[in-house]
Design a protein around this ligand. Structure first.
Ligand code: AMP
Ligand code: MG
Length: 442
């Protein structure tokens, strides 16, 4: 049985003519699981930003390495703080030295002693509490502060409270964020083992499509999809292979698909996958690969194809799978972006080697709809919207302009997609809705 047929057979209620968004996501996750990148490389820390960690990073040290002060103030033995003391009791201590960040104080102390200490300085041994300097009155060699100003252990950071020696600081599959780079740097590690970048080839199809630089022609539109797809892939950190615009010609389409499969882990096409297409895209995909053509209960983005295209010849340099994963997206520019966000992005993150949490779609934000929205139950709808913070209340989302699936201007204006779930019906003004924010995603 073909892989596509196997996955289809294992999915309850699979109907390629009426798939739900959840059904597509489950199907695509199964496909992607068999094509996860495994080759690794060691890169300099800065170059690891956005890359996927290939191995757990075990902390060779405690971070911070010593107990240290969280404040500028005076360190002392907190045992002398007495919970039963009168509320106006004052603590008086003798200043015996100074501990600077990077220059520990190494003297010995007697009861009643204190050491002036700066933020980040190592705690003198025997001391566990720091009184911030704003509570203190310094008088010659003495410091005074109200007993009730603090409790034992205040303003002391423990050795290893950030990272413990011998424990994983970061897990394999983490997509490295700015915070993760800083964390790795805090271990003193200058290079990072990462998975190789995912290679993704893409091209546009359709005889009515013009490349940039072509003279305008009646009935023809410029190829916008290749640029949105480039942007989406680039943001994901993929290695992109632009195979251009392919004429509606079986030989040209076949040759391009074969080349894409031999060079890339995944292939993204746009256009030509809807039922009743006059062009050859579907037929060529079908002839070359193990394919499924779907009608999805969603808007925009109803037609979509997925499949496996054999890699011939199999590249020697670390292809993981014998097939490249093909996503045949619809042609409409907004449908391309919506299907990418809903299905392709999670699958590519999975193929990049991200762990489940890093590959998960971003959490949906709850917002109040500024106006009514018409919605038919029985399909998932994505409407472009603009979300605004509202002081003291849920954010408000306003539907952005023309929602036609070819209208990119409203996609540019929007900062998120209102996700109207499968079973939901009409929305009244003021109802709560879910929003998928674009920030940091596209
Ligand atoms: P299709 O899915 O091939 O039926 O295309 C649906 C609509 O999307 C048609 O109006 C196409 O002209 C348009 N379209 C297809 N590919 C592109 C592209 N690369 N750039 C802009 N529009 C496109
Ligand atoms: Mg077409």
């Amino acid at each position: 049985m073909s892989r596509i047929a196997e996955i289809a057979a294992a999915l309850a209620g699979y109907d390629p003519q009426a798939l739900t968004v959840d059904g597509v996501q489950a199907f695509v996750a199964e496909l992607a699981a068999s094509a996860v990148v495994t080759q690794t490389e060691e890169v300099a820390l800065r170059d690891a930003l956005g890359r996927v960690l290939a191995q757990d990073i075990v902390s060779p040290v405690n971070v911070p390495p010593h107990d240290n002060s969280a404040m500028d103030g005076f360190a002392f033995d907190g045992a002398l703080l007495d919970a039963e003391a009168p509320t106006d009791a004052t603590v008086r201590l003798r200043i015996v030295g100074t501990a600077l960040a990077g220059a520990a104080w190494r003297g010995t102390t007697a009861p009643g002693d204190t050491v002036k200490i700066m933020t980040g300085a190592v705690m003198p041994s025997g001391f566990d509490t720091v009184v911030p300097q704003e509570f203190c009155e310094v008088d010659g060699g003495q410091v005074r502060f109200p007993m009730k100003a603090l409790r034992r252990g205040d303003n002391r950071r423990f050795a290893g409270e950030d990272l413990k020696q011998g424990e994983p600081a970061l897990h394999r599959g983490e997509r490295l964020s700015p915070a993760a780079l800083g964390l790795i740097a805090s271990l003193g590690q200058p290079t990072v083992p990462v998975l190789r970048r995912l290679r993704v080839a893409y091209f546009s199809t359709g005889d009515e499509i013009l490349s940039l630089g072509d003279a305008p022609r009646e009935g023809a539109v410029y190829d916008s999809n290749r640029y949105t797809v480039f942007g989406l892939l680039h943001r994901l950190g993929c290695e992109v292979i632009d195979l251009g615009l392919v004429r509606d010609d079986p030989d040209a389409l076949g040759a391009t698909l074969r080349r894409a499969a031999s060079e890339a882990d995944a292939i993204i096409t746009s256009g030509g996958v809807s039922v009743g297409e006059a062009d050859h895209t579907r037929a060529v995909m079908q002839a070359l690969g193990d394919m499924a053509f779907w009608r999805i209960a969603m808007r925009p983005g109803r037609p979509m194809a997925v499949g496996l295209i054999p890699r011939e010849p199999l590249p020697a340099d670390g292809a993981t799978a014998g097939n490249a994963l093909l996503f045949g997206l619809p042609g409409n520019p907004v449908a391309v972006m919506v299907t990418f966000l809903a299905f392709v992005r999670p699958a590519l993150l999975q193929m990049m080697g991200c762990h489940a949490r890093a590959a998960a779609p971003p959490p949906l934000l709850r917002a109040r709809s500024a106006g009514p929205i018409r919605k038919k139950p029985g399909r998932t709808e994505y409407q472009r919207g603009f979300v605004q913070a509202m002081p003291g209340a849920l954010p408000e989302v306003r539907i952005a302009g023309n929602q036609g699936s070819g209208v990119l201007s409203s996609m540019v204006e929007a900062n998120g997609l209102v996700v109207l779930h499968h079973a939901q019906g009409n929305i009244a003004a003021g109802d709560e809705v879910d929003v998928m924010l674009f920030d940091g995603v596209i």
